[in-house]
Design a protein around this ligand. Structure first.
Ligand code: ADP
Length: 254
């Protein structure tokens, strides 16, 4: 029998590369499938409530008009939830292929503007602890969105009249921003998962605090598109501290 000639090096490398591509394509398809199925599941819950109340009103609304206001309130709430969910899903999918422009800007100024805009609707006392000027290399809109979304989470999950501190400082060739609250905190086992799409702590669900579980996934996406990273650690003496790491501009002449 003739020996099978060994494939030339280039062919072997090409076929390995091809296999790797196929593998990552497969993983992408699995992830997309999971996303579509999670999204449908999340949309189905409010839709079921809406349809239930429509059916109730159809059947009993005429004889029992006293049912109408409550049912309408549920329909209104649940359709609002669906609208928020759809908007967040669209925001996420737009970001899938997005590229954002990064530029140098003063994040201390941005944080002060965000705080003065958000303070009137916040239950907490917002405090900014930053140098007068702190330059970063990122997308300003993304960082603004991220800060607003962390402040609005604090507003939902943290007791009123506590202090929420936004701080920032240079660390090596990076800048570290943090949003620290004095709320219930996030258990170690869930610290990475809170950034996953649709993930919510059971406590938030059981206390019926409204949310989609997409806020932190969007925030993480925005920060990574900006070339940064985000994580959450325990705050001292209690609560959570969301830490955002951003690049600092190279030249210190700024
Ligand atoms: P949503 O607020 O819509 O549920 P997020 O992605 O913004 O979605 O947050 C995911 C989960 O992380 C929340 O449901 C909540 O359980 C938890 N979480 C977020 N921020 C805080 C916080 N500051 N303190 C405690 N838990 C938080």
């Amino acid at each position: 029998r003739l020996p099978v000639p060994e494939a030339p090096q280039e062919v072997r490398e090409l076929s390995q590369e091809f296999n790797r591509l196929l593998h990552s394509l497969n993983e992408q398809v699995i992830r997309d499938n999971q996303f579509v199925s999670d999204a449908s599941h999340e949309l189905r819950t409010p839709l079921t409530a809406i349809r239930g109340h429509v059916a109730l009103l159809r059947r009993h609304g005429t004889e029992h008009p006293e049912l109408i206001p409550d049912s309408l309130a549920v329909i209104d709430d649940e359709s609002m939830k669906m609208q928020k969910l759809i908007e967040s899903l669209l925001a996420l999918s737009r970001m899938d292929h997005a590229e954002v422009q990064v530029a140098a800007f003063d994040v201390a100024g941005l944080a002060r503007r965000v705080v003065s805009r958000f303070q009137p609707q916040s239950k907490q006392n917002l405090k900014v602890v930053m140098p007068r000027r702190l330059m970063v290399l990122a997308n300003a809109e993304s960082v603004e969105h991220a800060l607003l979304s962390l402040l609005s989470n604090a507003n939902k999950y943290v007791p009123a009249n506590t202090i929420v501190t936004i701080s920032g400082q240079p660390v090596g060739d990076h800048v570290e921003l943090s949003v620290a609250d004095l709320g219930p905190g996030i258990p170690d086992s869930e610290k990475a998962r809170v950034f996953d799409r649709f993930f919510r702590l059971d406590e938030s669900r059981s206390k019926a605090i409204s949310g989609t579980g997409l806020g932190l996934a969007i925030t993480r996406r925005l920060i990574t598109l900006s070339g940064g990273s985000i994580r959450v650690v325990d705050n001292q003496p209690q609560g959570s501290r969301f830490m955002i790491n951003l690049k600092a501009p190279v030249s210190e002449s700024l």
